[in-house]
Design a binder for this molecule. Structure first.
Ligand code: UD1
Length: 355
């Protein structure tokens, strides 16, 4: 049985790590990895393959960065030959990036079965490119591998219940495995942040936060004014947007570094007092690791994290200080994101349903 995974962006490499591992432990499964090249910087791509011991991609489409239409179109055009050559039993697409949508469209048009990992997430925010990517992918795919019961509910409401299977969240598999192996060494943080004292980990990369210079400036100033040191792990989009807007990212409480490797990120979050982010993956990782998170968005797809205040939405720069200063919730967190075996369930579901 042949599975062809299509990945391209940082969060997909984490999910791929779990799937590649589960596939490798089943001798009847051949796993082909196609990297679209959406992310190409070493810090956003290669280090994930190395640190998470993912086999090197079999194919790299090397599409690089461009406008949404050009980037998605370039992937779509390049996927035809790859799919014709491999004729997989399943094309497996991950999450909600442009690589997800391109992989899906290319496969369904060749009448090849598609499975969508992390199906059923919704923000209901139609300004987000990811919302369109995930809705279109769910409606085109043949098997919807949903992480949570909440996601199943969204799919059922859209008439997709018959194609849905809840398997848990594969990011939980990887996050908990990496957290267990962290050891006692101090986390790797930007210079100026003492790993032994309270600090916050921050990331911002969504267009809604980076692309309006006035909003970006207000958010960065709000981070500068936080009452604890902030390790700002800067995505290239943020660095580029700040340079274009003449906004200095470092200053005040903020100390800037490149994005961390996945093990270093998990380790840094484990020891943090707080997380400030607009990343879906990081909200959930912080929840799994028991660190209160402030999400710089008007909504979240991972609504379970909002329970008991583990995560709080703070879309306005003026909301940040109070949200970050709130006390750590005392409640236990439910295992809503699965038991760490989601990837095995995903691969077994594909094996059982192969032609
Ligand atoms: C993409 C995903 C987003 C995901 C994020 C994780 C879409 C629509 N968005 O957003 O869902 O949360 O990945 O990081 O697919 N760049 C580099 N080096 C790289 C890649 C990008 O410098 O290796 C810069 C380029 O200036 C590029 C910009 O970052 O134009 C944005 O990259 P892109 O892949 O289009 O989207 P992300 O913002 O990373």
């Amino acid at each position: 049985m042949k599975i062809l995974s299509v990945v391209g962006a940082r969060p997909q490499f984490v999910k791929l790590a779990a799937i590649a591992d589960a596939a490798a432990r089943r001798p009847d499964v051949e796993h082909v990895i196609v990297h679209t090249g959406q992310h190409y910087d070493a810090a956003l791509s290669d280090v994930f393959f190395a640190d998470l011991r993912i086999p090197a991609p079999d194919v790299n489409l090397a599409v690089g960065s461009s406008s949404h239409g050009r980037q998605t179109g370039a992937m779509l055009a390049a996927m035809d030959d790859v799919l014709e050559q491999h004729r997989p039993d399943w094309t497996l697409v991950y999450g909600d990036t442009n690589s997800t949508l391109a992989g899906t469209l290319a496969a369904v048009k060749l009448h090849l079965p598609v499975a969508h990992l992390e199906a059923g997430l919704r923000s209901f925010n139609r300004r987000m490119p990811e919302e369109h990517n995930r809705v279109l992918t769910d409606h085109a795919a043949d098997l919807l591998l949903a992480p949570t019961e909440f996601a199943r509910g969204h799919l059922a409401a859209e008439g997709l219940a018959a194609r849905t299977l809840v398997i848990g969240d594969v990011m939980t598999d990887v996050c908990l495995r990496v957290a267990r192996s962290a050891g006692d060494a101090a986390p790797r943080l930007p210079e100026g942040v003492d790993p032994a004292a309270d600090y916050a980990v921050a990331t911002l990369h969504r267009a809604d936060n980076t692309d309006d210079p006035a909003r970006l400036r207000a958010l960065v100033e709000a981070l500068h004014a936080l009452p604890l040191p902030v390790a700002l792990l800067a995505h290239p989009r943020l660095v580029a947007a700040a340079a274009a807007a003449g906004v200095e990212l470092g200053g005040g409480a903020v100390h800037v570094s490149e994005p961390l490797t996945y093990p270093d990120l998990v380790h840094a979050v484990q020891r943090a007092r707080a997380v400030v982010t607009d990343s879906g993956g990081l909200q959930k990782e912080a929840y799994l690791l028991g660190v209160p998170t402030t999400t710089v968005r008007t909504e979240t797809e991972w609504v379970e994290t909002l329970e008991d205040g583990w995560n709080r939405l703070a879309p306005e720069p003026g909301d940040l200080a109070a949200a970050v200063a709130r006390p750590r919730p005392e409640t236990e967190r439910d295992a809503v994101y699965g038991d760490g075996h989601a990837a095995e369930r995903a691969v077994d579901a594909l094996r059982e349903r192969a032609r």
